[in-house]
Ligand binder design. Structure first.
Ligand SMILES: Nc1ncnc2c1ncn2[C@@H]1O[C@H](COP(=O)(O)OP(=O)(O)O)[C@@H](O)[C@H]1O
Ligand SMILES: [Mg+2]
Length: 250
């Protein structure tokens, strides 16, 4: 495995309004190893994804996509590397004024590299992959929460990324919706995509990932496999896995 097959954070610190969100954070996402970052609400999970994408600049430390240190660079100079990564934002972030098909094809239409016919074919294929091809001409307001998530995933897939980031993909879904999303993530992994999820949903994490990072109060408290996490004696990890009445007083 070379560094060109990974995305990394090195000794990264980031604060908002004087409050430390991340401090001395090291993180490594290797190609082919699906990871989940776990942590309570407000722990900084979404912030990590934005930093990895170069949407936020760290106070110190750096982010690397492959061999390129993107920290401090203008977005235009890491666009090629950035295109290897797609993100499914928590709310789906679909454009309400566009149909499902237009949403999924949006980036391809913007790029202007392919013909309309080629784009429509890709859009249909991606919608079929996530099982909502019948929604092609509907608007986001006409979809259920689970369908919106799946359309958002189809949109992320349109550019054929190597890495896909998922921000709380199962939060707010019913059990069938959760099952569908886990199944989709597993199928993407089988096709060679590397997934990075941030969530507080343990069941989804264990169903879709091999490695786990636990974020607590700006620091990485744990990194390891499911077995190692379940056997961890770190009090905060134990409390996250099996909350007790002690949690009422934290
Ligand atoms: N734009 C912002 N302005 C002020 N505080 C923010 C902003 N974005 C995030 N935060 C704070 O930073 C912390 C981490 O946020 P976030 O990364 O969204 O956490 P998570 O995704 O784990 O719930 C939270 O306490 C949140 O309130
Ligand atoms: Mg979040």
């Amino acid at each position: 495995m070379t560094s060109s097959d990974s995305i990394r954070m090195e000794n990264l610190s980031y604060s908002i309004g004087g409050r430390k969100i991340l401090e001395g954070f090291d993180f490594h996402l290797e190609r082919g190893v699906n990871r989940t970052i776990l942590g309570v609400s407000g722990a900084g999970k979404t912030t990590i994804l934005k930093l990895l994408l170069g949407l936020l600049e760290p106070d110190s430390g750096a982010v690397f996509i492959g061999d390129l240190r993107i920290t401090g660079l203008a977005e235009s100079s890491f666009m090629q590397q950035r295109k290897r990564i797609a993100i499914v934002f928590q709310g789906g972030a679909l454009f309400d004024s566009m149909t499902v098909g237009e949403n999924v094809g949006y980036r391809l239409f913007e790029e202007g590299r392919l013909s309309d016919g080629e784009i429509v074919e890709i859009v249909r294929e991606k919608l079929s992959f996530v099982g909502v091809e019948a929604a092609l001409n509907l608007y986001p307001s006409e979809l259920s929460g689970g369908m919106k998530k799946r359309v958002a995933i189809a949109r992320a897939l349109a550019a054929d990324p190597d890495y896909i980031f998922f921000d709380e993909p199962t939060t707010g879904l019913d059990p069938i919706g959760v099952y569908n999303i886990c199944n989709l993530m597993q199928r993407l992994q089988a096709e060679g995509k590397t997934t990075l999820m941030v969530t507080h949903d343990l069941a989804t994490a264990f169903a879709t990932s091999q490695r786990f990072t636990f974020l607590h109060e700006a620091r990485m408290l744990f990194e390891g496999s499911e077995e190692e996490m379940k056997g961890s004696t770190i009090p905060e990890v134990r409390e996250f896995l099996e909350p007790t009445t002690r949690s009422l007083f934290i």
